[in-house]
Ligand binder design. Sequence first.
Ligand code: AMP
Ligand code: FE
Ligand code: FE
Ligand code: ZN
Length: 290
Amino acid sequence: MSSDRLFRGPIDLHTHSRVSDGTESPAQLVRAAAEAGLGTVALTDHDSTAGWAEASTAAVGNGITLIPGMELSTRVEWSSVHMLAYLFDPNNAKLVAETARIREARLHRAEEMVARIGRDYDLEWDDVVAQTDPGSTVGRPHIADALVARGLVGTRSEAFEGILHWRAGYYQPHYAPDPLAAIELVVAAGGVPVMAHPATRSRTDVALEGRMRSYADAGLFGLEIDHRENTPEGRVRLRALAAKYGLALTGSSDYHGEGKPNRLGENTTAPEVVDALIARATGITPVYAG
Ligand code: AMP
Ligand code: FE
Ligand code: FE
Ligand code: ZN
């Protein structure tokens, strides 16, 4: 497949639908991406591939190329680290089992957080269920939506800055694999791992930098450098790390529909980087439109 069919417009490699914590269905998201003038979009819901089929159909219908992907939850020490994964075999047994385990852990963790919040606020688990599509990956954003629906906060972001912040005392972590294990799983499934927004907080960044050689050796393909939450100083360090370990640099919006201010295409990835990413993958190929 020649790449000229792929590169008909800007490339955005990180978006979320209602299959996780975005606010649009996969089909609505793909349509919005085409309307925003993108030539290629990756769907990267948290810990789930459940949106791939619908997004693929919509991509063909809207004349846009789809790169099926996922944003895997991982953890280093006490910090959450996100690992983007592209073009892996969605039926790989180990990856399927691990993502199911993470989603299950997320569900129990959300129930426990809501039980704690419910002691101080008028919030019940059913409020969260009402905000979550059946089978989708549950996260704090759904609790945030429930808090908004109850009139306890004005917006998702307000919930994250207040009740859902770890400092508020209701926060609870959930099981997630180590980033190295996640990279190995993705590579074994024929996929291509890219570390998501790796420069947002200095303490975690330092922990990650010390481990970067092992990540690169295990098959990490790239670092998501152009992301609105990476700090300017962090981007300088990411550039140096990429040069040192031969990692690619990507950029993307991390679009969540109305759930976050991030807009489709606000950051993009160079076509030659996506070319190399596709060449690296052995799981599946992109869904080329037309
Ligand atoms: P969780 O993984 O359940 O702890 O929730 C974290 C997720 O919430 C991240 O993946 C973000 O997509 C989302 N998120 C974080 N901060 C905000 C915010 N201020 N507004 C909306 N969504 C957010
Ligand atoms: Fe998210
Ligand atoms: Fe993320
Ligand atoms: Zn994301």
